[in-house]
Design a protein around this ligand. Structure first.
Ligand SMILES: [Zn+2]
Length: 388
């Protein structure tokens, strides 16, 4: 959808291109009998909530982009009621489908998958019903773990405590939320890791944190890597999207990972300014990694033939040998016109620019264990490349 149509859609005008937009403003809470659903927290999204006659709820959830980009929807809410209350919540996905298996939490911090016997979801995933037995205490329900400001504050503080790292404000989002950078001292060559362009993709966050921590680790390999390469890490590119409970968009309704090249949004612009500052002092960007989540574990890279000697094949091949129990794919797709970070950095800089995709339902421990190996082999492989 082009920007003019999007703007008209957001103004409420009915145009053919508005089939899935504008998405209605989500409800903040909803009550039926003694049971309250609310989304009064960062990351919350109830969609449109309708209490039904039998005490159940219907949530109508909306994907943010028209097909075929992505029709999955995000949801996160809390359920409060009396001990012994049984509540059924049916989620319907307008133009979309139920991608995320529900997770529940007592405190919003520790999460577990909802039991199979409490969830109904047909093969085509056009709706999903969950059944909860309340015990008098508030229950959090979400498509994935809710990873917000607190997680990033802790992570940034941890990175900043490292003697080689400066953590600083890189820029501001549309709504003025800080976008932070953790960087090391200038070197002739530098690498860039970015994360959370897409708010719902939290398994990518788990992978990115362990991956980054491994690169900042106190090992001979990591020290040699940091000696040669400057690191720039932007863990949270889209803080408004995360706070607002968005699926892919920032608060302007733009997919930030379709803004590399146009740079119409402050989030992508902030990252780009840092890259250009390094280049202005003579630095050479050697690798860009962008962390996401999808249905399975895979890496989107450039075609092998277009990037000889193919960095990604060497890196991922070495990792695969060490990860026999962790199946993942190397998707070396043709470069398209799509203005995502991967295409932008490859096309404009001729470097390996790779989307690191973590499976939505991959066991979190396995994601972290694999990230250590991916980080080690990334460093080893890049250290073997000749200096420019
Ligand atoms: Zn994504």
């Amino acid at each position: 959808m082009n920007r003019l149509i999007l703007a008209l859609c957001l103004c409420g005008l009915l145009l053919p291109g508005c089939a899935t937009q504008p998405w209605p403003q989500p409800d903040s809470h909803c009550r039926s009998g003694g049971v309250l659903l609310d989304a009064h927290f960062d990351g919350g999204n109830l969609g449109k909530c309708t209490p039904l006659q039998d005490g159940a709820f219907r949530l109508t959830l909306f994907p943010e982009d028209a097909p075929p980009i992505n029709r999955s929807t995000w949801y996160a809410f809390r359920v409060s009621g009396r001990a012994g209350d049984e509540v059924a919540i049916r989620m319907e996905h307008e133009h979309g489908y139920a991608r995320y298996w529900p997770k529940v939490s007592r405190d919003g911090q520790t999460w577990e998958r909802l039991g199979e016997d409490q969830v109904s979801r047909p093969e085509e995933k056009e709706w999903m019903e969950i059944r909860l037995s309340l015990d008098g205490y508030r229950l959090w329900v979400a498509g994935q773990e809710i990873i917000g400001e607190r997680f990033y504050d802790e992570w940034l503080a941890e990175l900043a405590a490292h003697e080689e790292v400066t953590a600083r404000l890189l820029g501001k989002s549309v709504e003025g939320r800080p976008i932070y950078l953790a960087e090391t001292a200038e070197r002739p060559e530098f690498v860039l890791f970015i994360g959370r362009q897409h708010p719902a993709e939290v398994t990518g966050v788990f992978g990115m944190r362990t991956f980054t921590d491994t690169v900042f680790g106190d090992t001979e390999l990591a020290r040699a890597f940091r000696e040669r390469f400057q690191l720039g890490v932007v863990p949270l590119v889209n803080p408004d999207g995360v706070a607002g409970g968005h699926w892919r968009h920032n608060v302007n309704g733009v997919d930030v990972n379709r803004d590399w090249g146009p740079f119409t949004q402050p989030e992508s612009g902030a990252v780009m300014r840092w890259v250009e500052q390094q280049e202005a002092r003579g630095g050479s960007l050697r690798l860009m990694l962008d962390f996401h989540s999808t249905w399975e574990d895979l890496f989107y890279t450039q075609p092998v033939s277009e990037n000889p000697p193919d960095y990604a094949s060497v890196w991922l091949g070495a990792a695969a040998v060490r990860l026999p129990g962790f199946p993942f794919k190397h998707a070396a797709n043709p470069v398209s016109e799509q203005p995502n970070a991967k295409n932008y950095f490859y096309t404009s800089r001729g470097i390996p620019a790779i989307t690191y995709e973590v499976g939505d339902e991959t066991a979190r421990d396995a994601v972290r264990a694999a990230a250590v190996v991916f980080a080690e082999e990334m460093m080893r492989t890049l250290l073997e490349t000749p200096r420019p």
